[in-house]
Design a protein around this ligand. Sequence first.
Ligand code: NAP
Length: 291
Amino acid sequence: MKILDGKKLSNTLKEEIKKEVSERLIQKKKQPHLAAVIVGDDGASLTYVGSKVRSCKQVGFLSTLIQLKSTISEKKLLNQINKLNKNPDIDGFIVQLPLPKHISEERVLLSIDPKKDVDGFHPTNFGRMALELPSFIPATPFGIIEMIKRYNIKTSGKNCLVIGRSNIVGRPISILMSQKKSYGNATVTTAHSKTKNLIKLTLNADIIISALGIPEFLKANMVKKNVVIIDVGITRVIDNTNPRGYTIKGDVDFTNVLKKAGFITPVPGGVGPMTIAMLLKNTLIACQRKD
Ligand code: NAP
């Protein structure tokens, strides 16, 4: 069994990005600049955005955090996005989801200039990704394929089961794993809440990418020996023994599945840190495209 250490790998990626930024600055090229928009004061969202902004500093990017009240109207938010679209100093920006109920996420995502959509959620980027054209790949699936590449995991001809079909993880990673690429060429099955006899699929899978958000859902008796496990799930589970009052759990019963797996990502320290590193990578790409 080999642990896929996302924390270590993301630090390597950040070092590589930092080096590229210093070279850009020596060559008097533009310093990458990421902006993040957050609406409201949801604790988890603030934590995610905070770590994205801190990571920008680590690699030498400029960063701007725009925190808006949860009561802001959709029109005012769209105006703010329009300003970011037009600001030549901002290379890329993200709008942290979820948004308050009175704001349409669809209208907001559609209003982002695809050239600055470093989250890769705009239909233009999603479509280009599906067609294997240059695009911004959503950060979490991008992090998974980077991990597969760097750990030299064989995917060609393998049975890959993706559990979950969300637009930000399950669906894009299902598309990517089936593409004619070094990290793809897998035979992909996408499972979801209406899938029947899931255990038959998990036992047949050489690679399982789990993105459903149910803590410790995937048990050792559901997987075959030497399976590759990529656990995307992040759930806060109440834990009074922890000073924070909760523990982070993945979708996989890590302690027991570990004994059977060929490769496995831990939670935390697996896919999570990779996601942030790939957001930085997308921002660097957005900045380089302007050169
Ligand atoms: P989501 O939008 O809630 O999607 C969950 C998916 O799981 C849905 O497609 C759902 O099916 C499926 N599902 C639910 N119960 C199931 C079951 N019993 N059997 C099979 N499939 C089932 O979630 P998401 O945004 O993709 O996120 C998934 C997890 O990944 C969450 O824990 C989230 O916090 C985490 N996440 C982590 C990162 C990271 O950086 N590591 C990034 C994003 C998300 P239906 O479509 O039929 O409802």
